[in-house]
Write a protein that binds this ligand. Structure first.
Ligand code: 4GX
Length: 245
């Protein structure tokens, strides 16, 4: 797939492209990343922002350079999906990341200042937010999408099966992990993990995932894919913890 990023600061992406799954996805040929800087599409004197009509503090990104950058990015693609990174969008979820990873061409618009001229929204398919806080630009949100999408592409992960156990894959948080040494600062690794009994280990992990999700992110349980057995275990955990409903 191709991910195009429209930004005034393409250099900001260098560091995350230089290591890890993004680099691997690019090197293996499953991902192509390109940058389009609105400055390169602005006539002399290369002005990309201007004062808002109606007055008020802050600047707004002018529509023409953005539009031209967008048209250039879309050249040669029959189907492009254009995303504007903005706190007004729906909050990014793993489900959305998966959907995006199946597309042929994404264009991510990273705005600065107060935002972009509203008329550019006519060319945007979706607004996506990475959370309810205010950043100084859409670059970090675009990097978040880049990272989350790239790691799902073939060739991005050294262990391609690893995503199967990711948190959110079935709507639950992940189980706790332990590695060597067996004893650390007086704390032991749970016995079951050393038993070599795969059935028991899977059962323990499922139990831990359900318990963690209940305690740390109970909101996720409403949408999680739960079996009858899961629901029975959850009731048991609630009884153990004395949680009433
Ligand atoms: N998740 N920002 C966008 C410009 C802006 C300002 C107002 C629309 C309206 C953000 C986030 C985010 C900072 C990117 C402001 N756009 N983007 N930028 N949180 O905070 O995605």
């Amino acid at each position: 797939m191709t991910i195009d990023i429209i930004t005034l600061f393409p250099e900001a992406f260098e560091c995350i492209m230089s290591f890890g799954p993004i680099r691997k996805a690019v090197e293996s040929g499953s991902l192509k990343i390109r940058f389009f800087n609105p400055v390169d599409f602005a006539p002399h004197p290369k002005q990309v922002d201007d004062e808002p009509y109606g007055g008020g503090a802050g600047m707004v990104m002018k529509p023409e350079p953005l539009y031209k950058a967008l048209q250039k990015a879309k050249e040669g693609f029959s189907e492009s999906y254009v995303i504007y990174m903005s706190p007004q969008g729906r909050i990014l979820t793993q489900e959305k990341v998966k959907e995006l990873s199946g597309r042929e061409h994404l264009v991510l618009i990273s705005g600065r200042y107060k935002g972009i001229d509203e008329r550019i929204m006519a060319f945007v398919d979706e607004e996506i937010s990475i959370g309810d806080y205010v950043l100084s630009g859409g670059e970090i949100p675009a990097m978040v999408i880049l990272d989350a999408v790239a790691r799902l592409l073939p060739g991005a992960m050294s262990d391609p099966d690893s995503w199967r156990t990711d948190s959110f894959e079935d709507g639950l948080l992940d189980a706790p992990y332990y590695t060597r040494p067996r004893e650390f600062m007086g704390m032991e690794v749970p016995e079951v993990l050393l038993s070599g009994h795969h059935g028991k280990i899977e059962k323990w992990r499922r139990y831990q995932r359900l318990k963690r999700t209940l305690l740390k992110r109970p909101d996720l349980l409403k949408k999680a894919k739960l079996s009858e057995e899961d629901r029975r275990i959850l009731e048991e955990i609630k009884r153990e913890l004395g949680i009433e409903e």
